[in-house]
Design a protein around this ligand. Sequence first.
Ligand code: CMC
Length: 425
Amino acid sequence: MSSARLTYDGKEYDLALIEGTEGEVGIDVQALRKVTSGAITYDPGYGNTGSCSSAITFIDGEEGILRYRGHSIEQLAERTRFIEVCYLLIYGNLPTEDQLQRFGEQVTRHTLIHEDMKKFFEGYPQTAHPMAILSSMVSSLSAYYPVGEDEEGMDLNIVRLLAKAKTIAAFSHKKSMGQPVVYPRNDLSYTQNFLHMMFALPVEPYEVSPVVDEALNMLLILHADHEQNCSTATVRMVGSSAANLFVSISAGINALWGPLHGGANQAVIEMLEHIRRDGGDYKKYVDKAKDKADPFRLMGFGHRVYKNYDPRAKLLKGAADGVLSELGVSDPLLDIARELERIALEDEYFVERNLYPNVDFYSGIIYRAMGIPTEMFTVMFALGRLPGWIAHWKEMRADATTRIHRPRQIYTGENVREVLPVSER
Ligand code: CMC
């Protein structure tokens, strides 16, 4: 099979096929408007539309497979540190010892933010959502650092962004607590440094727990990329206009914030808490989720691509038990989550629609046990997704065939009409 045949308006057109390395097939419609004199494809929500080809991440939603640059998410979570996964996603291969040492050192050295940026934090109300702070501050980085497009400048900004985002995130947490910000330390690893900036206080020493460090490492790795999801597609959309790295990623952070995307991790915990306060009647909430007249959905359930158990959720469900018991934390929300999952997965509505827990269903339980407040959950997702967004932005920029992203539409408004004087309207 080398082409697909389209019959339109009595004529036949052969459309070329494009095939990926895992055998997935796309029908190339780039010439469609030209050859048909104006017809376009119509696919709101882009469920059947490939917007690019990419060598970064592979997902098989039917089988529940997720790989970064060919490496399974399971092996990466077990055998690597997040900083190695950043390098893998952005530069294509896991780093050698030398590369890792250089890259790790660079990311550590750039962790401080410009002192003037600290003043911004003073201006936000204490109740400011940390996602609002993160996206504005990441966008503001372009006011402080040259956004030149030569390869060296681009690589430096990539390092700056990876390094500084976690400082901004931790400072936004300190702001919400009314505590002084804590500066990074160059002797700590990426994850330890973040935990230090989040939880250290000038009045008492803070030691990073190895259990919390390991859990954070795994969470960041599991969130690191997910091919053309809403926020990554946003980063590519904005970046396609030749906008700089910082503002393109800031746009992705905003897209992630929505409760149907990364904001679901905060929404899951709020939902579980609500169910607990309401007496723990799981069935009532499963029924509400099934009722089409009720806008309620089971947060942390369902996925556009996975029609099988989300492999990230599988790992997180397994880890939740271990992390909580190692930290000596008992959380009634974990029991509610498990019971809700059990009831939903036995229900015909969820079975028929292949609705399984997604990455956001169990991640919040682990963040809570680590002492991270609910409002910070989506920020944690953003920190994890950062290397993925950067990799896609870089891949798009390096591709000489990239054009500005500009979809078409089917117009359904009024036909041409006269502008009448006010008295005659
Ligand atoms: N609870 C109840 N019903 C659901 C749910 C849910 N969580 N998710 C999907 N459905 C139903 C939906 O009503 C529809 O039913 P019908 O065929 O009868 O109309 C069917 O399942 C297909 O759903 P859809 O809305 O057409 O699917 P989608 O691919 O457009 O949306 C989704 C995917 C993730 C936005 C959706 O499943 C959802 O809203 N889930 C809850 C929010 C959530 O957990 N989001 C995190 C996604 S994973 C991490 C990330 O990418 O950020």
